[in-house]
Design a protein around this ligand. Structure first.
Ligand SMILES: Cc1cc2nc3c(=O)[nH]c(=O)nc-3n(C[C@H](O)[C@H](O)[C@H](O)COP(=O)(O)OP(=O)(O)OC[C@H]3O[C@@H](n4cnc5c(N)ncnc54)[C@H](O)[C@@H]3O)c2cc1C
Length: 306
């Protein structure tokens, strides 16, 4: 069964947008193809696509750079290349820990962070950490505009993105790297036989005060819980100004139980099990992020254990 007619490998964002525009909605962006090819083979009911536009040869989209405390990661950077980045491991550790458990090595070698976000599943592991990092995305819209947006604005529902990947391009992500007294951690529960559907993931960013004993801020993303990835804002508020100790962790766990309500999922687990796992993940990720923020040492855990 032929699924597309032409295949283009543009070398600039402008060229990619021109190709998409010339096919007037009947072409699609492809990066690693780990989600798209399955969609095309099993779920695509429309006519054959005129073309696939491969974005993996666009230098701007395959770079990973640091400038003035900010990290910029191209939309076509693979999970493997994120895992290999010493910069991200030390200053945005949760992203290495989440990209490091996506699928297996074959999937990570070609699958990209842009594809993870554009596919718009609230369970995307890379997505969960990007939300905790408060990342922004630069989009090249089909009408020629380029715009930076908070990452969460790209999500409209499960599998529904604000991006139309037959017209718009997710070019790069940017987020602030951790400074002194700041650190992150990511933990995930996966069915042992599962390769694509995390039961639950949890990414945490914390900022401690000068004494490194009290929280001054936190960002927490636990998902999938809602139809789009979201911050656990009530849990974050409960940490604000509090000592970074076991009592505060207990309060955070209690508020997480009260405010986060995962559903039973046929493919994932029951609501009761997933609710319990919120607690398990928070008890792992929050103290780990605090320890990293206090010591200034952050070595990614669990990479390759997906
Ligand atoms: C066996 C297996 C295991 C997996 N395990 C996991 C897992 O553990 N965790 C997890 O999160 N995911 C998992 N995935 C899903 C997938 O690998 C990831 O989401 C991956 O990051 C997708 O990236 P990709 O480059 O392959 O995207 P593609 O398949 O190339 O594209 C996905 C979608 O995004 C669009 N798109 C891609 N790039 C862009 C862009 N720059 N701008 C606009 N639109 C774009 C495409 O048109 C398509 O609609 C798994 C997949 C497989 C097959």
């Amino acid at each position: 069964m032929q699924l597309w007619q032409d295949y283009h490998t543009p070398t600039s964002v402008e060229e990619a947008i021109q190709h998409l525009s010339s096919y007037a909605g009947n072409s699609r962006i492809i990066a690693g193809g780990t989600d798209l090819l399955i969609d095309l083979q099993f779920n695509h009911e429309g006519p054959m696509l005129d073309a696939l536009i491969d974005v993996t040869a666009i230098p701007e989209m395959t770079r990973l750079t640091e400038e003035n405390g900010w990290c910029t990661v191209g939309g076509a950077v693979t999970h493997t290349n994120i895992v290999k980045s010493a910069l991200i491991e030390s200053k945005a550790t949760c992203l290495v820990e989440s990209c490091g458990v996506v699928g297996g090595p074959q999937v990570r070698n070609v699958g990209t962070l842009g594809g993870n976000v554009a596919h718009a599943l609230p369970a995307g592991d890379g997505t969960t950490s990007l939300v905790a990092l408060d990342a922004e995305a630069e989009v090249a819209w089909g009408d020629g505009r380029r715009e930076w947006l908070p990452l969460v604005q790209l999500f409209k529902g499960p599998g529904v993105s604000a991006l139309d990947s037959s017209r718009d391009l997710l070019v790069v992500f940017r987020f602030k790297l951790c400074g002194d007294g700041e650190a992150t951690a990511f933990k995930r529960i996966m069915r042992p036989q599962g390769v694509a559907l995390p039961v639950l993931g949890c990414a945490v960013w914390v900022k401690l005060d000068e004494s490194k004993q009290n929280y001054t801020a936190a960002r927490i993303c636990i998902g999938p819980i809602a139809s789009v990835p979201a911050r656990a804002s009530e849990v974050e508020l409960a940490l604000y100004g509090q000592p970074a100790n076991d009592d505060t962790l207990e309060k955070a766990v209690k508020i997480a139980h009260e405010t986060l309500h995962p559903r039973t999922s046929k493919y994932r687990a029951t609501a009761e099990y997933r609710d319990h796992m919120i607690e398990t993940l928070l008890r792992q990720a929050l103290p780990l992020a605090v320890k990293r923020a206090q010591t200034g040492v952050a070595q990614a855990e669990g990479v390759g254990m997906g």
